[in-house]
Design a protein around this ligand. Structure first.
Ligand code: GLA
Ligand code: ZN
Length: 676
């Protein structure tokens, strides 16, 4: 599958801001020469250039962009062209203050920064549509232009009267009548009931924060607002050139919008990855980053673009550390291993001023091409050329983890257990890590109607607190049909309106799991319990321990609690159901416990892994397109014994015996005879 049909290749390059250098034609000339040297084949262009493109209302100046694009194209460099709606010119904010966002204290923002627009403002929508149309008319047919980069890192919500009105419309559509909304939002609590639609306001600190369903609805609405905005921009550029694909750059761990829903407005997903390497445990950082690559790939179930990453360091964390030798190639190819068809950077050249003047760039202020960063970037360019055959390739996945934004919001708003600290994403990341380090491919799915679990062999549903989309039925069918399910504590308590089920819990799953939940014990940070396995192992349990009781005589207790008043009661169970089996892990287990569980499961199920032989600690294999990416996330050389003959895609050698991976080293291997 090719994301950018006009240039079906692995892309290398990044954010290019010539609009900051228009008074330095020498530098703009030099840029192209240096790009060539760094094996750059693509730039993302004009992301924040609105003030240069439309210096006065209705007066467009494309002359400089014409020159830049032509110069790039002559050098064979392609362009992902941005729409400039991420930051607006001062004249626009001055003349039409209603384009600016209103915060949750109901104050209208001033001109400044970026990502500061109201997504409902008719003036803003019109102005964006106009400039997008003008850009499309001028450049969509240019052979250099391969995709649209819509705006930049969409985030947040606006609380202006217009957005509030649209929120009410959204609620009317969702609930039909006010009575129905009052019922499903349980507004009889604390006299929260609405007597007319006009009374409904978004949740805000000085207002209604106790209606948890309303808060979830506000996030659903904010997702819809952002999606509508993207669709408006999409229509503007597609009206001129329907075949040019549209993307928007998404972000890691991003909370504000449901990305599964947002991705429906895009032709392909791209995202900005800024892991904090060398800030502690690099293996954990690698696992968390791998998870987000896999989430992004899963949003549309196809390859994605790494739209931004730093060539060296960022400037916005308290301690800004450059990547150690090796890490740039390693982290870049990690993205490719998980489905990226690009390695793109923020930024090509460091600007002289502004808030990002010291953010890492391929070209530093000194303009040199003999820096460590420039060399490392060039190495990535060369590596991508050698991996060209992997462009568009997929990976084999037999495992699916359910990760759902609406459930995430519900858990974050939760007033129970470890109130507002349920650590949903971290818990999902722990389960993911146990599979990632075994080289097992993982997809992520949410609970939408469309979700189809039938192709998987193992489905993991951590903290499935709020259910929707018939997920209980899907999980029952999945297990009945021969699948393996792992469910955890605090699952199946509420429906999609966040109303508690009146049945036994986990709702709709007690028959499959063979257990029902009774109580949940929340632990202080200083407390722990133990998971004691039948084969005599013991793992630490923290944060949450649920008391479960079998509802069926044939439940197998694989582990029990080690202490406290529920000592000896089941903590990990297995139950056969139909052709399949379902596990219930009733407490928050340390990583070693999850590793133990998924080590056993992977072996029992014979799950496909990227590498069939043992690997040293900190070395991980990931499969894409039939190749194994061997990644060393330690600062030591690591010997890997090769179970057969392998071709190294990066060096062209044929390898047997032992391969030594350098500190933060990577090799991409394809079996020459023995299947991997
Ligand atoms: C984000 C933005 C970029 C830049 C980088 C800096 O990803 O999209 O414009 O600010 O962060 O890391
Ligand atoms: Zn608004």
């Amino acid at each position: 599958m090719t994301l950018t049909p006009r240039f079906p290749a692995l892309l290398h390059g990044g954010d290019y801001n010539p609009d900051q250098w228009l008074d330095r034609p020498d530098i703009l000339e030099k840029d192209v020469e240096l790009m060539h040297k760094a094996h750059v084949n693509c730039v993302s262009l004009a992301i924040f250039a609105w003030a240069r493109l439309e210096p006065e209302e209705g007066v467009y100046d494309f002359s400089w962009l014409d020159e830049v694009i032509d110069r790039l194209w002559k050098a064979g460099i392609h362009v992902i062209l941005a729409t400039p709606s991420g930051a607006r010119p001062a004249w626009l904010a001055q003349k039409y203050p209603e384009v600016l966002r209103v915060n949750d204290r109901l104050q209208r923002n001033r001109f400044g920064g970026r990502h500061n627009h109201c997504p409902s403002s008719p003036v803003y929508l019109r102005k964006v549509r106009e400039i997008d149309t003008a850009l499309a008319r001028r450049y969509a047919g240019h052979p250099a232009v391969i995709a649209w980069h819509i705006s930049n890192e969409f985030s947040g919500s606006c609380y202006c009267p217009l957005c509030q009105e649209r929120f009410r419309t959204f609620l009317k559509k969702r609930y039909g009548t006010l009575e129905e909304m009052n019922r499903r939002q349980w507004t009889s609590f604390w006299s929260m009931a609405y007597q007319s639609w006009e009374q409904v306001e978004p949740p805000m600190p000085s207002g209604q924060m106790s209606n948890l369903t309303l808060r979830i609805d506000w996030q659903r609405f904010s997702t819809q607002q952002c999606k509508d905005f993207i669709l408006m921009e999409r229509e503007a550029v597609k009206a001129v050139c329907p075949e040019l694909p549209v993307t928007a750059n998404l972000m890691e761990r991003f909370w504000d919008y449901d990305y599964f829903s947002l991705a429906e407005a895009l032709d392909f997903v791209s995202w900005d990855s800024y892991p904090r390497w060398h800030s502690g445990d690099d293996v954990k950082t690698a696992s968390d980053t791998a998870m987000w690559h896999d989430v992004m790939r899963s949003l549309k179930n196809q390859p994605f673009l790494l739209m931004e990453s730093t060539p060296s360091l960022v400037n916005w964390v308290p301690v800004n550390k450059p990547k150690k030798p090796g890490m740039h190639l390693l982290s870049s190819l990690q993205a490719v291993a998980h489905g990226s068809d690009s390695v793109l950077y923020f930024q090509w050249r460091k600007g002289r001023g502004g808030a990002e003047q010291y953010h890492g760039a391929v070209v530093d202020h000194n303009g040199r091409d003999d820096t460590r960063t420039f060399r490392q970037v060039t190495d990535v360019g060369l590596a991508l050329e050698k991996l060209e055959s992997l462009c568009g390739a997929s990976q084999k996945t037999e495992v699916c983890i359910l990760y759902d934004w609406e459930n995430r919001w519900a858990l974050d708003f939760l007033q129970a257990a470890r109130r507002e600290h349920m650590h949903y994403t971290e818990t999902v990341a722990g389960h993911y890590r146990a599979l990632w380090q075994q080289g097992i491919g993982v997809d992520f799915r949410d609970m939408r109607e469309e979700t189809d679990l039938s192709g998987y062999r193992l489905v993991i549903a951590p903290l499935l607190y709020m259910q929707r989309g018939g997920i209980d039925r899907k999980l029952r069918d999945f297990v009945a049909g021969g699948g393996t399910l792992v469910a955890t504590y605090f699952s199946g308590l509420a429906d999609e309106d966040n109303l508690a089920f009146l049945s036994d819990t986990p709702h709709g799953l007690t028959e499959v799991l063979g257990v029902r939940t009774e109580e949940i014990d929340a632990l202080y940070d200083s407390e722990e319990n133990r998971l004691v396995t039948r084969d005599g192992q013991s793992f630490s349990l923290t944060e949450l321990c649920e008391i479960i009781s079998p509802v069926s005589g044939d439940v197998e207790v694989l582990a029990t609690y080690g202490s406290d008043w529920y000592q000896g009661l089941p903590c990990l169970t297995r139950h056969l159901y139909g052709e399949g089996q379902a596990f219930c892990l009733a407490a928050q287990a340390e990583q070693a416990g999850l590793d133990w569980l998924y080590g056993r499961l992977a072996a029992d199920l014979g799950l496909h892994a990227a590498w069939c032989a043992p690997l040293p600690a900190g070395v991980v294999a990931t499969e894409r397109g039939g190749c194994a990416f061997l990644q060393n996330y330690t600062d030591k050389p690591q010997p890997v014994s090769l179970p057969g003959r392998f071709e190294s895609l990066l060096t062209g050698e044929t390898l047997t015996g032992t391969l030594t991976l350098q500190p933060y080293g990577i090799a991409v291997l394809r079996a020459a005879e023995t299947a991997i």
